[in-house]
Design a protein around this ligand. Structure first.
Ligand SMILES: O=C(O)c1ccc[n+]([C@@H]2O[C@H](COP(=O)([O-])O)[C@@H](O)[C@H]2O)c1
Ligand SMILES: Cc1cc2nc[nH]c2cc1C
Length: 336
């Protein structure tokens, strides 16, 4: 089990990434080629089945244990009015998740995913990134490790999600610090800011980039510009990689959590599928930088793992076809 007890342990885990199981991928592709359909006619469903086989190490991949895990955190920068909603909403939504009343409760159930919520010190917002580091070294390690600790057992698909009022601001800052550009290129409306509030949000990202311009490593960028739920998502995705668990990514914040890791080690997203492209404008640019092509584009911009949960239905369909279709031999259908 991967745990992040030191900065060195995190750095080593990011360098030493295990590859997929090439034999399982080949076996899945061989079966795919024998199913009763014109070659390639299931399009990206074929690629999804082979991806799942490769990372599960199984010629007939399955989706019995699909897990949505929502990490929640609060942000010091939210006090600058960068969100359309007040910071109390983070904790109120965590209570709503627990009662079963949020979109992700309905969508995870519809997709056959279990749902866990991990609140991260909601009573203690991170530092305001325009002025200071979001987290101390210890706080960032604890958040990374909380993410890794949530990846337990034989998971078939991990669906990490985020909840944190204000978190599209650190997400934009992480993208800019990792891939270049400034606030104007990476900031969008988030929950719905416009006009002068949107200008203040762009300025907050530009200020944070100046304050933390000397942060060069993945860890330092996460620690100084990120947030607890963002670091936990990075920790969960990295731990999933070491357990060879495939990951289905949600929107802008989940992707941004990987930006500093991917800038240092582009192969970190090899075990990830992009579930959807969010309506948050920076997300399309981020997916291009990560080299991922989204499965869905439904103008969703909710977070909480919701877009990925919808995409889990597509993954389920891909695996059902791969597992249950007859081969040409079995069905007595003539091949090309
Ligand atoms: O996932 C996305 O692409 C996404 C885009 C916009 C907003 N959100 C959600 O809205 C919250 C952040 O928005 P904001 O305006 O408070 O920065 C946070 O709880 C996110 O889960 C999520
Ligand atoms: C109500 C609400 C629900 C959310 N879920 C994820 N981010 C959110 C932000 C708000 C404001």
């Amino acid at each position: 089990m991967t745990r992040f007890t030191s900065v060195a342990a995190f750095g080593a885990a990011l360098v030493d990434l295990p590859p997929a199981d090439a034999g399982a991928r080949r076996a899945a592709a061989d079966r795919q080629a024998r199913l009763t359909k014109p070659v390639g006619s299931l399009g990206r469903l074929e690629e999804i089945a082979e991806f799942m086989a490769a990372w599960q190490g199984r010629a007939r991949p399955r989706l019995n244990d699909g897990r949505a895990i929502i990490f929640a955190g609060n942000h010091g920068v939210a006090a600058r009015g960068v969100s359309a909603y007040p910071p109390e909403v983070t904790e109120q939504m965590v209570a709503n998740f627990a009662r079963g009343g949020a979109a992700i409760n309905a969508l995870a159930t519809a997709a056959g995913l279990s749902l866990t919520v991990v609140p991260l010190m909601l009573e203690q917002p991170t530092g305001d990134i325009t002025l200071e580091a979001a987290m101390s070294e210890t706080e960032c390690l604890e958040a990374l490790d909380a993410g890794a600790a949530a990846v337990t057992g034989d998971i078939d698909l991990l669906v990490p999600g985020d909840m944190g009022i204000g978190n599209t601001t650190p997400a934009a800052a992480l993208c800019a610090a990792s891939f270049g550009g400034s606030g104007i290129e990476w900031v969008g409306p988030g929950t719905g800011v416009a006009g002068t509030a949107l200008q203040a949000k762009i300025a907050a990202v530009d200020d944070a980039l100046v304050t933390h311009g000397d942060a060069r490593t993945a860890f330092e960028r996460l620690r100084r510009l990120g947030g607890r739920e963002i670091a936990a998502i990075a920790g969960a995705v990295l731990a999933a990689r070491h357990a060879r668990v495939p990951v289905l990514l949600d929107g802008f914040i989940v992707g941004a959590a990987l930006a500093p890791l991917a800038a240092a080690q582009p192969a970190i997203v090899d075990h990830c599928l992009a579930g959807h492209c969010s309506a948050e404008p920076g997300h399309r640019r981020l997916l291009e930088r990560l080299g991922l092509s989204p499965l869905l584009s439904l103008d969703m911009r909710l977070g909480e793992g919701s877009g990925a949960a919808v995409a889990a239905g597509v993954v389920r369909a891909a695996l059902a076809a791969h597992d249950r279709m007859a081969t040409f031999d079995e069905a007595g259908v003539a091949e090309a």
